[in-house]
Design a protein around this ligand. Structure first.
Ligand SMILES: Cc1cc2nc3c(=O)[nH]c(=O)nc-3n(C[C@H](O)[C@H](O)[C@H](O)COP(=O)(O)OP(=O)(O)OC[C@H]3O[C@@H](n4cnc5c(N)ncnc54)[C@H](O)[C@@H]3O)c2cc1C
Ligand code: SF4
Length: 809
């Protein structure tokens, strides 16, 4: 029997993936003809955002080369659209009059950008964001014009806006709703996203409806329904997609919003199938590739006569391909009376996690700022795992309390579980490729299997699979991760380059090391500022604008935009005089909340930004750095001075430690506790440095953590004098400063490098001495920050006036 004629309309991602599946199952079953009205072979549409953002080129996103079509005997007609399907005669007719007969037909025409039907939408300078042509239009306009307006604050709109910023344009994003990406994010995550994007330079006009695009032949501006107007030289419509269904409709195939298909992608007409964004399955049209690839797999099997499970719909997970933004969302995002959600909002680190639980199963995920658990949580959601026996902490975090580490996660994954959602690559495929082809890096796995080559969210999971499959053979260097999306360089490489090339400012690092994004982002800028300060010690001039907002302001920003003020109380000890000052200030400024903090001090909450300098002046006390990546507090018990059980002067040592190490920049916050006996009233066991008095000496515990990653400290040393404690902590701190990643707590760092290693290094007296010398040199450079502001009118003007400043959260 000869080959059957298979014709496909549309040469895009879902369609060509279906053909690839067919070629795998039955390479000789069909004579394949493809029509695509774009002039290109199949390319990775997902990566258009990266092309626009300047991260890659059009050539690099081609997925199937011209040769691939030839090698597989596929007849390809590009730049040629099918205009009619004759379902009776089983023929398709192209806009060039070509007629091709089929035994089976696949419609894979995808979607087009939805262009708002408003006056002026046809002007020059108005475009969608769907294909290479749109990208080229934007890049061209950006060469001659300055002002861009993106209508739509969803995934595509924000990715387009980021690209236009990279092209040097000023960008206004107009959004109809009160929150960005409201279908994927709840209001909290959405606000965090908006703040980050504002810091990157986007301007948002929320709850605005566009009434008209102004200009003669080409666009000059926008007018909104409320009568306000803005200027614009380019308008990008990113308000949604419109499935390309017209030819199906005209040919008598049943169309609702999309071409209606059954669970095997069969349309209402025999031998005509539809797949991808043009298809409507159980009233759903999918706009992400993962479900479309699943559809393609089912359709391919069906066409090849291979038994297959029906396609029953998909749950999709979404990320955003904007550097500096780390988010993931899947499933339901809103609560209702039948859901219970776990929410963690760490404003300080800009991390928000919300897990919606329905009927003891994860039914929704919103992660912002830290998405390392997204694959694990998404798997739980897809597998409908019963979580009733788990704690909220073990649901939220892998590796907590020794439970469910990453490699355990990988070990328990079934072979057919999806690793790369975008490309539909399973764990089995990845493991097989690693073993059969001797792969050792994430990039090699990508080249071989496509995993991780689209949005890149699964790269850390691929790394875990490599580690699990190769065991000790897995080269840790291959796991290297870039500092952030602005660069491909890792932390260690950045530090080495700063030293080698003698770089001395954040800007210089970004210029010399070829940052993709000129201004960097809220991940790399504070990190670079830290690394430079750590390396250059007293020779470095701090770049205040590269710090996170709380450090920049030397006060903690609160939910409502006010700030908290927490003065130092060394060792948790205060005086009646200081208490009176605090009371006076609280009364005078009508402070809404005065509260004892967990670190044994008093916080004044709800202070307006422009009142901060006056409040500090009237308090006349140093900053308690309750906002900094630095030493926060040294909690002490009353100790031998008053307590019957005390064997040591805990308050005295606590005060000495706090006075010595205050203000020091560290990779993450550092907390200490000093208890005068093993009853441990100052909770020394869960501090970065916990000191416990014993008869005739002190025990030093390190790397404890009382926060989300609860960890008991490890006994590091037992010494006789408080001078020895201070010397040891100094050396430990400096070694941590020099080797940890920015934003890595001592607990995670010690887990990573091993306590024995640190012990070995610090066993050497010379090394300890050198570390302490470098530390002391650095400590000399710090000034009391509140007093510095009071003495400096420029700082007051710049940071503490009522006008808005760009916020890095
Ligand atoms: C900028 C951007 C970023 C994206 N980011 C992501 C992401 O991060 N993750 C994700 O999962 N998805 C993302 N997507 C969506 C993803 O690209 C689509 O879901 C996917 O490409 C749809 O595949 P498809 O084959 O159905 O349609 P398409 O890839 O659009 O292919 C359809 C093809 O058919 C052609 N065609 C239409 N009508 C005819 C005709 N009559 N004759 C001949 N040819 C015709 C079209 O020109 C097109 O080339 C993104 C999309 C864009 C535009
Ligand atoms: S830790 Fe010991 S010395 Fe300190 S307050 Fe508690 S019981 Fe007293």
């Amino acid at each position: 029997m000869g080959r059957k004629q298979l014709v496909m309309i549309g040469n895009g991602m879902a369609g060509v993936r279906t053909i690839e599946e067919i070629l795998k199952l039955a390479p000789d079953a069909f004579q394949i003809t493809i029509f695509g009205d774009e002039p290109h072979p199949n390319y990775n549409r997902i990566k258009l955002s990266n092309v626009l953002q300047g991260d890659t080129t059009v050539n690099d996103i081609i997925m199937n080369t011209w040769e691939w079509y030839q090698e597989n005997n596929i007849e390809l007609f590009t730049g040629e659209a099918i205009v009619r399907i004759d379902t009776e005669a089983k023929q398709v007719i192209s806009n060039q009059g070509r007629v091709v007969s089929y035994d089976d037909l696949i419609i894979a025409t995808g979607s087009s950008s939805f262009i708002l039907p408003i006056p002026g939408a046809d002007k020059v300078g108005v475009t969608g964001f769907r294909d290479i042509h749109d990208c080229e239009t934007m890049i061209k306009v950006a060469r001659d014009y300055k002002k861009a307006a993106v209508i739509g604050g969803g995934l595509l709109g924000l990715e387009a806006a980021r690209g236009l910023l990279n092209l040097g344009m000023e960008v206004d994003v107009i959004h109809l709703m009160p929150h960005l990406m409201e279908r994927q994010l709840d209001p909290t995550a959405s606000i965090m996203l908006k703040e980050e994007l504002e810091a990157q330079g986007m301007n948002f006009l929320m709850e605005k409806q566009t009434a008209e695009i102004q200009g003669d032949e080409r666009v000059t501006g926008l007018r909104f329904v409320d009568g306000s107007e803005i200027e614009a030289d380019l308008v990008v419509m990113a308000v949604g997609i419109k499935p390309n269904v017209q030819i199906a409709k005209d040919s008598g195939i049943y169309v609702n919003r999309g071409i209606v298909v059954d669970d095997f992608m069969q349309t209402s007409v025999a031998h005509v199938h539809a797949v991808g964004e043009c298809a409507e399955h159980r009233e759903v049209i999918y706009g992400l590739v993962a479900p479309l690839y699943e559809q393609g797999k089912v359709l391919a099997a069906n066409l090849c006569g291979v038994e297959t499970k029906p396609y029953e719909g998909s749950i999709v997970g979404t990320g955003l391909k904007v550097s500096g933004v780390d988010l993931f969302s899947a499933g339901e995002i809103d609560d209702d009376p039948k859901t219970k959600s776990i929410k963690v909002h760490n404003e300080f680190d800009g991390v928000y996690k919300k897990i919606v639980i329905r009927d003891n199963r994860v039914s929704g995920i919103v992660l912002y700022g830290d998405t390392k658990d997204s694959s694990r949580l998404f798997r739980m959601l897809l597998k409908k795992e019963d979580v009733s026996g788990m704690t909220s902490v073990s649901i939220l975090e892998s590796g907590c309390c020794g439970v469910g580490s990453d490699s355990n996660d990988v070990a328990t994954m079934a072979a057919d579980e999806i690793v790369c959602g975008c490309n539909g690559v399973t764990k089995g495929t990845v493991v097989e490729a690693i073993q059969a082809k001797g792969l050792t890096t994430v990039d090699e796995v990508g080249s071989c299997t496509n995993a991780g080559r689209s949005c890149g969210r699964c790269k850390s999971l691929i790394s875990d699979i490599l580690a699990h499959t190769l065991g000790e053979k897995y080269d840790v260097a291959a796991k290297k991760t870039a500092l952030c999306g602005c660069t491909t360089i890792s932390r260690d490489e950045v530090v080495a380059e700063i030293k080698e090339k003698g770089l001395s400012t954040v800007k210089e690092v970004m210029n010399v090391l070829g940052w993709k994004q000129e201004e960097g982002c809220s991940k790399c800028r504070p990190a670079l500022n830290y690394y430079l300060g750590m390396i250059l010690q007293d020779q470095y001039t701090d770049d205040r604008d590269s710090r996170l907002v709380n450090e920049k302001m030397h006060a903690n920003i609160q939910k409502n935009g006010t700030y908290s003020v927490i003065p130092r109380m060394y060792g948790g000890v205060t005086t009646a005089k200081d208490l009176m000052k605090i009371a006076e200030v609280a009364e005078k400024y009508d402070v809404p909340l005065v509260k004892l903090t967990g670190g044994q001090r008093i916080g004044l909450y709800g202070i307006n930004k422009d009142d901060l300098p006056a409040v500090w002046e009237e308090l006349g006390m140093p900053s308690g750095y309750a906002y900094g990546k630095t030493l926060r507090t040294v909690k002490t018990c009353v100790g031998a001075k008053f307590c019957r059980f005390g064997t040591q002067d805990s308050m005295g040592l606590g005060i000495d430690l706090e006075k010595k190490f205050e203000r020091l920049d560290t990779p993450h916050k550092v907390k200490m506790g000093v208890s005068a006996c093993p009853r441990n009233c100052a909770e020394s066991g869960i501090k970065d440095f916990g000191i416990v008095g014993i008869d005739g000496g002190w025990e030093l515990y390190v790397a404890g953590n009382g926060g989300t990653d609860l960890r008991a400290g490890d006994l590091f040393a037992t010494v006789k004098t408080k001078e020895e404690v201070i010397e040891l902590i100094g050396a430990f701190l400096q070694y941590y400063r020099e080797h940890a990643n920015y934003l890595e707590r001592t607990s995670t760092w010690v887990e990573r490098v091993g306590l024995d290693h640190v012990r070995e290094v610090l066993a050497n007296e010379e090394t300890r001495k050198a570390l302490n010398e470098r530390l002391d040199k650095t400590l000399k450079k710090y000034q009391e920050p509140w007093a510095e502001v009071l003495e400096n009118q420029d700082l007051q003007q710049k940071y503490y006036q009522k006008h808005e400043i760009p916020v890095l959260v």
